[in-house]
Design a protein around this ligand. Sequence first.
Ligand SMILES: [Zn+2]
Ligand SMILES: [Zn+2]
Length: 882
Amino acid sequence: MEARDQEKSYDPAVAESKWYAYWEELSLFRADPARPGDSYCIVIPPPNVTGSLHMGHALNVTLQDVLIRYHRMLGKNVLWLPGTDHAGIATQNVVERLLASEGVDRQSLGRETFEERVWKWKEESGGAILNQLKRLGAACDWSRERFTMDEGLSRAVREAFVLLHRKGLIYRGRYIINWCPRCHTALSDLEVAHVETKGGLYYIRYPEFSGRRNVVVATTRPETMLGDTAVAVHPKDERYAGRIGVTLRLPIMNRPIPLLSDEMVDPAFGTGAVKITPAHDPNDFEVAKRHNLPAVRVIDDAGKMTGETGPFAGMDRFACREAVLESLRKEGFLVKEEQYLHNVGHCYRCKTVVEPTESIQWFVKTKPLAEPAIRAIQSGETRIIPPNWERTYFDWMENIRDWCISRQIWWGHRIPAYHCLACGLTMVEVDAPDRCSSCGSDNLRREEDVLDTWFSSALWPFSTLGWPERTEDLSRYYPTSALVTGFDILFFWVARMMMMGIELTGKAPFRDVVIHALVRDPKGEKMSKTRGNVIDPLDLMERFGTDAFRFTLLALAAQGRDIRMSDERLEGYRNFMNKLFQAGRFVRMHADDSTPRGLPSELSVVDRWILSRLQRAIDEIRKGIEEYRFNEASSVFYQFTWHEFCDWYLEMIKPSLQPDAPAETRERQRAVLLCVFETILRLSHPFLPFLTEEIWHLLPGERGSILTEEYPEADPDRTDVDVEEDMGHLMEIIRAVRNMRSELHVPTAKRVEVRLKGQPEDLAFLRDHEEIILRLARAGKVVHKEPEYIPVEDATAVVNDIEVCLPLAGLIDFRKEALRLRKEIDKANTEHSVVCAKLGNEKFLANAPGDIVEAHRIRKGDLELKLDSLSRNLVLVTRYLS
Ligand SMILES: [Zn+2]
Ligand SMILES: [Zn+2]
């Protein structure tokens, strides 16, 4: 290592690139199934190959990195497997946009050339996010990096497809699916975003073919009436009693359609009569199946009206809506129009209004897969943390619908099905067959559709480990230990991995599913490009250093609570990083290569105190990490390190480190200091990988990476409740003296007399450690008083059963101090009335944001406390004056 004492402050940029390279050079992240130890494995939620690091990733990856480094230090055989997802529609869109800028479209290139272009794009620009994960310190085994479209994973996809198909869990059929006319593909129910939209509800009169009566139907989508093949009412609806079976005339098209009854109809909606458009509505599709109705497709794949729509053929579907209404109005069929608020499905990729369309697609039969996936959670084989997400999981799994897995795009895993053009047989095979297994023809055509991206992601926990081969990795690391993810993909991904994992491997893919919250802006708003409040994690790492950034995320990562990212927080934790670094320099100054490693047998009371506190911190931090309460673990670390270790312990031991201290004392003190500080570094390495590695190498002695050290374990023999209590009193007394000094503006240089009044047995410990009080309270002497002593002209404070008195004579100028206190009281009074007036103003309470109102309430309380103490001091000071 370079000259150790020259750098004065911590330089994150230099340290971060140096230590990441060092870890990689030593292959510290590389897993080896042959190594001993229980296995601990996490597969990374694969970011899209098109992606770049955002706050959600940063949080997600930081939590995983803490777990990985922690378990590694516990001596487990650890694997963190990284990779990316091919992100079918998203990636295809990126490359299509590139092509458009060159004036080409994918159809003119042809499928094969287009796929080549996507691969080329992937090689050149894809996966940039993986390097950004390294900036965060991610201890991933990069030698095992996978991509959902690589050869092994593609084979796993084909195997899974064939196995499920053979068991009847994948089928092909004609159904209503969600179609995106922009992306030209089917979408699963989950890929449809429902947006509340203002629209119209139109009442249209359908006359009886023979007769004078009418049936009025209500619809939000009048253009689909061109494809109506029936009108339906509820069988118990009195309004239509006796009329079931009559023939109606479909306006405009003049087609005869029946009036029928079906349980599906909600008699409370509109007039109780609904039009049936089997080709464009999933419920109508079911009604049509029950009643053997024909389906007429009136909207094509591009969202244009088909040849079945007479004068409207070729028109855009929304233009057609207006034209149909116009025509209905003219001919007197439009009875009524109302404003109507309803949910409209949009493509989650491109925001185009989805068109429910009847077509032939591939589906996964989900019910039989969902049942064992529900049981795995119920039995505790897999835990969801925090457990309130279980309810959501069960609700969804119990009401699950078949999953449409075919997509009409080019980028993705092509479905391994082969259609015989001679006899019509469809064969599903892992490897392409040469001939038809029925008629022997070699005239075969491969299925054009590709699979939903989530189909390959559903196999991720085991396909990445080598499944379907029985690899060493698979048997060593599967089922995985924890999956860390945001709640937004609980259904898209987690639920499907559960179903596929259990079906294909017989085991649920993870022990724990850890669901984390969302990162929001300082005001608590969701970050979005349109709001312009997106915070770039790379920018924060640049400005504050990666460890400060990670620590901020961890400190705020309370279960079930969203994170508000702010510069104040980051600055605070950057100061903490510097504090730790300075503590490292202090230790380095006193400990050297001759300092013994390990604790001496004889320990001072101060050493026994810090060691006891340290055991508690170790215990609580370990518990915090094991229970995924990262905020609690980091808060304990912060409190212990900053307040107990830096603020108190280092101050208390200074005399025994001085050159004039006895050599033996000094040596002992150095050994304890080094030992405690090393433990602090090991304890925090999972949170602060770069900083701890940097300081670790500043310390004396030959050192390898701190990551290869053991994680601290609490030693119950070092816990000493009595010492903690005694030292606690001592520190409270010092704190009380310091408070009185600062409230009364006693000059820092003035030595005070401290009078301690109490029972002799309560004062014994303080008497023995008077040196600490003298030094840290800046006292000239400490006097012990009997319980009978009455302080008249002393400032006083009570600590437990001891009264701490500070005689003020000769310390301050009473006249000046009284003047100052009166001024302060006036100032505080004025502010107090302003705040109270605001809080009494109903307009303010109604209009100001919640956190502003809350800040006013807090300020009011603070001012009242301050006024209280100022007045008390004024009474005391004027007593001297009179
Ligand atoms: Zn779309
Ligand atoms: Zn055939």
